[in-house]
Design a protein around this ligand. Structure first.
Ligand code: NOJ
Length: 591
């Protein structure tokens, strides 16, 4: 392993990832090497130096396995094969080698709550109720008193995450199978020990191939209450909420501990494991990430990315309440301070672009992209950068339904318009803000056609503003979003206080100021960002140094500590006022 920077932790260290920054590649939209309009592994290979330049330690690669692509690869039909659209196993070996040569590591996506309905396991399971693999999935007869196919005959009233019922009728047997996501993503039955053994075997196979860990898709959904009770139906809702019956179910900790024992223990190096966990609470996350319990290294929690969901849910978003956002993030910082570990993210392939969502992607595009980056990256935990975030890519002005590709979005549109009778324009307006496709348009590499992503015709239209926002225009340019991210990442690598410092929130109730301290020994960072488009007077409680304007307590004692600026997104100014979306980080030893 090439130790490319001072302090680089070896993979023998059980928490080598503590000072790492992870970059997520959504391969379909990253870089296309062969002109078929779909990003691929050789495209990624050609951009490994870009990731190295950014300072990335770990690449998380969204699924590249064989798949019918009903959900862009999160529906896997062969866990040990690469989908031809993305390349070959040999291409992947080259990617791994190229990353390792540069001191970077590769984490693969592990999707084992469900498979594709085209996976041989499911094909066999569906072949007959007597199949030896029938019990590898959740099959149930129609509800008592109902004939198969009748409305209401589904075994439970659960809705799917992708609209409609979570049950699909198999005409041949007259039974239903469970699919929490699309009907082409049947849920595996983790109660069956053979299922678990087959999954662990596959995971070991990947570790033997040289990967460095897994990001585990919806891993808190693998243990379900086997009695499958009906869920509550909200007023006006079409389906029941099965979530309490399938999230963090009775055997979740047992399964994860077993996985750890069977897959990771006894190997001569340490791997990184990240569990995606919708709905996870702080108390649960403490258990999942307590190193003593040997479950996972960190989890993705969803609290902060649900704060702009309106009363009707994610498709009718409301402006985010900054105090609620700060309160949520601070509570995770405090909650996981003495045990466990946080992951830190604004974006991924399921979330709209943060600069449009919580920032101002118009007048203060640069300032808000970098202010949001600052307050995230300087928290305690492992930051994740989603492709294009480092360029400040924004939400997409989708013209109409024909520009969307995402199954969740398309199913929602059909249900909202055709079943619920909502006006098309209203539905589209919600989709423009909340659709996962906002994150999935191709990365802008240059101002060439299609942003330099492909020489062919891209599988989803490139964002029209690629000529303004692109990598070629930003790399090496002081004052670019890319260079700001590079500096934030370098700061984590060179600064123990960023990695390990204790987190202390400041001015929690302030409606626009996001300020906190990080303290380690006699060193303290003061992080302050104005998350609004109006100038903001810095309260005395936020010791940025210089003359502090204290509108509410003009006579309060204050010792200026005109510390060194660690990073800032504006040229130096009066530290008593933060300009629109200004972010300023000051180091001090006087406290
Ligand atoms: C979570 C993934 O992040 C998302 O993209 C996918 O649709 C679902 N899990 C189902 O695999």
């Amino acid at each position: 392993m090439n130790d490319f920077r001072a302090g680089w932790r070896s993979t023998d260290d059980p928490s080598w990832w503590r000072d790492a920054v992870v970059y997520q590649v959504y391969p379909r939209s990253f870089a296309d090497s062969d002109g078929d309009g779909i990003g691929d592994l050789r495209g990624l290979l050609g951009r490994v130096d870009y990731l190295h330049e950014l300072g990335i330690d770990v690449v998380w690669l969204s699924p590249i396995y064989a798949s019918p692509h009903d959900d862009n690869g999160y529906d896997i039909s062969d866990y040990r094969a690469i989908d031809p659209a993305f390349g070959t196993l040999e291409d992947l070996d080259e990617v791994i080698a190229a990353l390792h040569e540069r001191g970077m590591r590769l984490v693969m996506d592990l999707v084992v709550n469900h498979t594709s309905d085209e996976h041989p396991w499911f094909v066999e399971s569906a072949s007959s109720p007597q199949s030896a693999k029938r019990d590898w999935y959740w099959w149930r007869p129609p509800r008592d008193g109902f004939a198969a196919g009748e409305p209401g005959a589904e075994p439970t009233n659960w809705g799917s995450f992708f609209s409609g019922s979570a049950w699909q009728l198999d005409e041949a047997s007259g039974e239903y199978y469970l699919h929490l996501f699309s009907r082409k993503q049947p849920d595996l039955n983790w109660e069956n020990p053979s299922v678990r053994a087959a999954i662990y075997d596959m995971m070991r196979w990947w570790l033997d191939r040289g990967i460095d860990g897994f990001r585990m898709d919806v891993i808190n959904l693998i243990s379900k209450d086997p009695s499958l009770p009906d869920g509550e139906v909200s007023p006006g809702g079409l389906w029941g909420d099965g979530f309490p019956h399938y999230a963090a179910g009775p055997r979740i900790h047992e399964f994860l501990q077993e996985m750890h024992r069977e897959v990771f223990e006894g190997r001569d190096r340490q791997y990184l494991t990240i569990g995606e966990m919708p709905g996870v609470t702080i108390e649960q996350a403490r258990l999942f990430t307590d190193p003593e319990r040997r479950e996972l290294d960190m989890v993705f929690q969803f609290e902060h990315v649900g704060l702009d969901h309106g009363p009707e849910g994610k498709w009718s978003p409301a402006p985010v309440d900054i105090v609620a956002l700060k309160r949520s993030l601070a509570s995770w910082q405090v909650g996981l301070s003495d045990t466990g570990w946080n992951s830190l993210y604004w974006n991924n392939h399921d979330q709209p672009r943060v600069v449009s969502r919580f920032g101002d992607d118009g007048r203060y595009w640069f300032e808000s992209a970098t202010a949001l980056a600052t307050v995230l990256h300087l928290q305690r935990g492992t930051p994740f950068v989603y492709q294009g975030e480092e360029l400040g890519m924004t939400n997409v002005p989708f013209a109409g339904i024909e520009q969307f590709r995402d199954i969740e979005s398309l199913n929602y549109f059909a249900e909202a318009v055709d079943v619920l009778g909502m006006p098309r324009e209203e539905v589209l307006a919600g989709m423009r803000r909340a659709s996962r496709d906002n994150a999935r348009t191709p990365v802008h590499w240059s101002d060439e056609p299609h942003g330099g992503f492909t020489t062919g015709s891209p599988w989803i239209d490139v964002h029209p503003d690629f000529a303004r926002i692109n990598a070629a225009a930003q790399r090496g340019r002081p004052g670019s979003v890319f260079e700001f991210y590079r500096r934030l990442i370098a700061l984590r690598h060179s600064s123990a206080v960023v990695v390990d410092g204790e987190f202390g929130m400041l001015e929690l109730e302030h409606p626009a100021l996001f300020a906190f301290t990080r303290t380690l020994g006699d060193e303290r960072l003061v992080v302050a960002a104005n998350l609004s488009s109006e100038p903001l007077a810095v309260p005395v409680t936020v010791p940025l140094g210089a003359t502090v304007h204290a509108p509410h307590a003009p006579d309060a004692p204050h010792t200026p500590t005109d510390g060194e600026t660690v990073i800032a997104n504006y040229p130096r100014g009066d530290r008593s006022v933060l300009r629109p979306w200004e972010a300023l980080v000051v180091r001090t030893t006087e406290f």
